[in-house]
Design a protein around this ligand. Structure first.
Ligand SMILES: [Fe+2]
Ligand SMILES: [Fe+2]
Length: 202
């Protein structure tokens, strides 16, 4: 799906179905982090007005997602709790910095890392939709179905912005995305060797 090189381990779907409440609480924090990352990128790159406009729009959508997931938490009587650790995002940002130096502006990598996080979230939401297919939680399933379409659009937004920041010749950001996607696949495989956790990126 999208640019991902490795599919999610089926064990993750079982971990999710065994502890849906933990995934929902983690998911709420992921939406909050997505909003704050988009705002932080916009604030740090005033020289790129297209990025500022697109990412402030995107942040607005992520805040709306947060509020929707938060409403699900309250409906189910779940505490939001403190943000769980996200070793996936930490490893992805670290490995992207350590990857062979890119001739492109650093903003390109930041946008591509965000694109990969969107792609993986989208892929995982599809796993949740499939796992909920036969259960009684049809409203929650419909919610994730709607969300995964939005996150796929966010993936596209980040990739298009990265391409535009990278400039001519066309395709330089996409080549870098392929390298980063390979790294992302290794991170996901390494994490799946540990016990699958009931978190969005666990
Ligand atoms: Fe979102
Ligand atoms: Fe998103």
């Amino acid at each position: 799906m999208l640019c991902l090189t490795v599919p999610t381990d089926p064990a993750w779907a079982s971990a999710v179905m065994n502890d849906l409440d933990s995934v929902l609480a983690d998911h709420a924090h992921c939406e909050m982090k997505a909003a704050s990352n988009a705002l932080s990128l916009a604030a740090r790159h005033p020289e790129a007005p297209d990025v500022v406009l697109a990412l402030t729009d995107l942040a607005r959508e992520e805040i709306a997602h947060f509020q929707e997931v938060f409403a699900w938490l309250r409906r189910r009587g779940i505490e939001l709790g403190p943000p769980p650790k996200d070793p996936y995002a930490v490893a992805l940002r670290r490995d992207a910095v350590e990857l062979r130096p890119s001739p492109l502006p650093p903003l390109v990598d930041r946008l591509l890392v965000a694109a990969l996080i969107e792609a993986r979230s989208c892929e995982r939401f599809k796993v949740i939709v499939d796992a909920l297919a036969s259960g009684p939680l049809s409203e929650l399933r419909a919610f994730y179905e709607r969300l995964l379409a939005t996150e796929a659009r966010h993936y596209r937004t980040f990739v298009d912005l990265a391409e535009s920041v990278a400039g001519a010749p066309e395709g330089r950001a996409l080549a870098r995305l392929r390298d980063l996607a390979a790294l992302e696949g290794v991170i996901v495989q390494n994490l799946s060797r540990e016990a699958s956790r009931a978190t969005v990126h666990g």
